[in-house]
Design a binder for this molecule. Structure first.
Ligand code: MG
Length: 306
């Protein structure tokens, strides 16, 4: 995974002290051009969580996904100790592994209890190591669902800024990354918009700390799917697909065009993965949803961008 170019702004105090003193407070952010200039090369590569796919066994589900034209599978958070099993099954099916959907570990990493925070850090490091071995695109992480911590919004953010640099360093060392997932307010009061996750990634400034967007939550929280993905672009490495009522794309009025314009703008090349229910016969409806998404992708044109 590529490191993003950064601006390093030496504090004015350090500059005043002689210009070469880099020991002062260092502010870092993504190069504005990374966000304000469109990139080419975006691709729609489809993935799904296993629960969406019909089939009696892992092998049967993976075989079906390959036949239907999926590129990758999103694995559940139980990969620690099962790396060999998953790697073999997915390779046999001719698929790749997208993200690993890990979650919040009960909010442990941002708990008011320092011992629980230590446990959480150990657990996320373990799953990152396994995710790296599986060559997945990263580990989906929700700081806390509602009710999982007594800390306030401001306190949670401070804890994350304290612990994420070390976790990011571990992620890089095992060739993985954390994918912060913003959720809607009914599920989590902390971290609701993609740009909010982007600001955390910017502040932590580690290639091991990145983010994702979920079309279901974004419909509730984002004034613009396009703007959300553009803001998150430098750190965006996974997308969840679901309609307004959290069934398959195309099963209600939810449009994906504005969001797909955003993915094209940032040159998105990772996976878009089903995380949703299904109305009707899965054997019929899933291929229909995949075709619908390819049509939406074609409709998502950007002037001057391939
Ligand atoms: Mg999601």
């Amino acid at each position: 995974m590529g490191m993003h170019r950064r601006h390093f702004l030496v504090s004015t105090a350090a500059l005043a002290a002689g210009g070469m003193a880099f020991s002062g407070a260092k502010m870092v952010w993504a190069v504005p051009g990374e966000i304000s200039t469109p990139r080419s090369g975006a691709q729609l590569k489809l993935s799904s969580q296993l629960g969406v796919i019909p089939g009696k066994s892992l092998e049967e589900k993976l075989e079906k996904m390959k036949k239907w034209g999926f590129d990758a599978v999103e694995l559940p958070g139980d990969i620690v100790g099962k790396v060999e099993m998953y790697a073999k099954a997915v390779a046999n099916a001719g698929l790749k592994i997208s993200a690993v959907c890990w979650g919040s570990a009960g909010g442990a990493l941002v708990s008011e209890d320092e011992n629980r925070r230590k446990d959480g850090i150990r657990m996320i490091k373990e799953v990152l190591s396994a995710a790296g071995e599986l060559q997945s695109t990263g580990v989906i992480y929700v700081p806390a669902f509602n009710g999982q911590t007594k800390l306030t919004n401001q306190e949670i953010r401070k804890v994350l800024l304290d612990i994420l640099p070390e976790i990011g360093e571990h992620a890089v060392s095992v060739k993985s990354r954390v994918l912060l997932e913003p959720l809607n307010r009914k599920e989590a009061f902390f971290l609701r918009q993609v740009a909010d996750a982007a600001a955390i990634c910017r502040d932590v400034n580690s290639p091991g700390i990145c983010l994702m967007g979920d079309f279901y939550h974004m419909y509730i929280e984002e004034p613009s799917d396009f703007a959300a993905f553009v803001a998150g672009g430098p750190w965006l490495h996974h997308v969840h697909l679901a309609s307004r009522i959290r069934v398959l794309p195309g099963q209600d009025e939810r449009s994906f065009v504005d969001g797909f314009r955003g993915l094209k703008w940032v040159g998105y090349q990772d996976y878009c993965s089903f995380e949703c229910g299904v109305q009707g016969d899965r054997e019929v409806e899933i291929p229909k949803a995949m075709a619908f998404l390819h049509e939406e992708w074609e409709k998502a044109t950007l002037p001057g961008v391939a």
